[in-house]
Write a protein of this length. Structure first.
Length: 415
């Protein structure tokens, strides 16, 4: 369990400038999408507006961050022996000007500290890594992109590329490090990727998160900023999955990929595997009728699970042209053929669509449909699964599908 120490910070401003591949780059004005947190009669709120682009607060003063953590500790009943304080924000953690001071203060709580996503671009002195470790930092998630300082300098616009890489080495040798790279075809996916993984393995990194580069709206760029880089064609999902599996076979690192896959624990959707049929027998019987709307990656997995539950005649799965289900917007729902929909429709819990608009669009053929949200997540992605066992993943998926089936049976029950 983690307590978030939110530093604030704005992408592009509090990270020493956008990386060339950053999905916040080129974001302009956009209207709030609508989401589950909006009030019933109004489209738009903090979550689906400024929150999507993380353009809220600049870096917060350290006393305020400390105070927020202390309040959380006082108000909560934390018994978890694995409790950690996760320092994160909209900017780059390494660029926070009071990071040493903050970690020294948080270290007084006696709780291990996790540095959330950082690129290391704010590291002018590699020695800060040792000092942060002395202050209680025992886990770091570090965007390396490449162990080649020239590539980091060009693609991450990192003026201190060699110093950042040296700090990464120090972190790897002394604490748990989950390195991450956005994989760009023809840039850091060939020999450079092998060299980067070799260095990480040599230094003692724990894991390596491979993140497929997204360049188009259907891949997740919903802020009107596609393409991020002209002329670059990202890996297909199948190409990317094979690359993740190849790196996993080659190196002694805990390799995971997002949006797919985790070769060790079988995510996403372990329950879709034939070996998981015994777990499906524990779930309630599906008795209602419904349509599940989801993303293009999740659709075949969910369809197979529904089939293995023996409910293929009762529940159909419609995959929209959006890779990631939680990034579905109203535009995606407008492209769904109403003829494919039953009278009860379940959309992803975190979809960026206002409930009122979702119902209007999905009922535009004159059928007054019930439109409800399913669980926030039906599986876990590579950014999370690297710290989970197969049993942990199965447990989470079972809970999510139990909730989904309950919704189907309640809202999709025939009169």
């Amino acid at each position: 369990m983690q307590i978030i120490a939110d530093l604030g910070g704005i992408p592009g401003k509090d990270c020493r400038g956008f990386c060339r591949y950053c999905y916040f780059r080129k974001v302009g004005e956009f209207e709030a999408f609508g989401c589950k947190n909006c009030s019933p009669g109004r489209v738009g709120c903090e979550t689906c507006g400024k929150g999507v682009a993380e353009i809220g607060n600049e870096f917060l003063p350290p006393f305020l961050v400390m105070g927020n953590v202390q309040t959380t500790l006082m108000m909560g009943n934390f018994q978890d022996k694995d409790l950690k304080i996760n320092i994160s924000g909209g900017g780059d953690v390494s660029c926070y000007p009071h990071l040493e001071e903050l970690t020294a203060g948080l270290g007084e709580f006696g709780i291990p500290i996790h540095l959330g996503y950082t690129s290391g671009k704010g590291i002018d002195d590699p020695g800060i890594a040792s000092r942060l470790i002395e202050n209680g930092v025992d886990e770091v998630t570090f965007t390396v992109f490449s162990a080649n300082p020239d590539l980091r300098r060009e693609w991450m616009r990192d003026k201190n590329a060699s110093r950042a890489i040296e700090a990464l080495r120090i972190f790897c040798e002394s604490c748990e490090v989950h390195a991450a790279s956005v994989i760009i075809p023809g840039v850091n996916d060939g020999d450079d990727l092998l060299e980067t993984c070799a260095r990480l393995e040599e230094w003692g990194a724990t894991g390596f998160i491979m993140m497929r580069f997204a360049n188009y709206e259907h891949q997740g760029l919903i802020l009107g900023n596609e393409p991020i880089i002209e002329g670059v064609e990202p890996h297909s999902v199948s190409e990317f999955e094979e690359l993740v599996r190849a790196i996993d076979r080659e190196f002694n690192l805990r390799v995971t990929g997002t949006p797919v896959c985790d070769p060790q624990n079988g995510t996403p959707f372990v329950l879709a595997a034939d070996s998981s049929r015994e777990y499906l027998e524990i779930l309630p019987e599906i008795q209602g009728e419904a349509t599940i709307i989801t993303g293009s990656i999740a659709a075949p997995y969910i369809r197979k699970i529904i089939h293995n539950l023996g409910a293929g005649d009762l529940v159909n799965v419609v995959g929209v042209n959006k890779d990631i289900a939680c990034l579905i917007t109203l535009r995606d729902l407008e492209e769904v053929d109403p003829g494919d929909l039953r009278e009860t429709v379940i959309i992803p819990g975190r979809a960026f669509v206002h409930d009122m608009q979702a119902r209007e669009v999905l009922s535009r053929d004159g059928v007054d449909r019930i439109v409800v949200r399913g669980p926030d997540r039906l599986t876990v992605d590579g950014e999370m699964s690297g710290t989970l066992s197969e049993y942990d993943v199965i447990e989470r998926e079972m809970e999510a599908f139990y909730e989904l089936i309950q919704a189907i049976n309640f809202f999709g029950a025939s009169e």
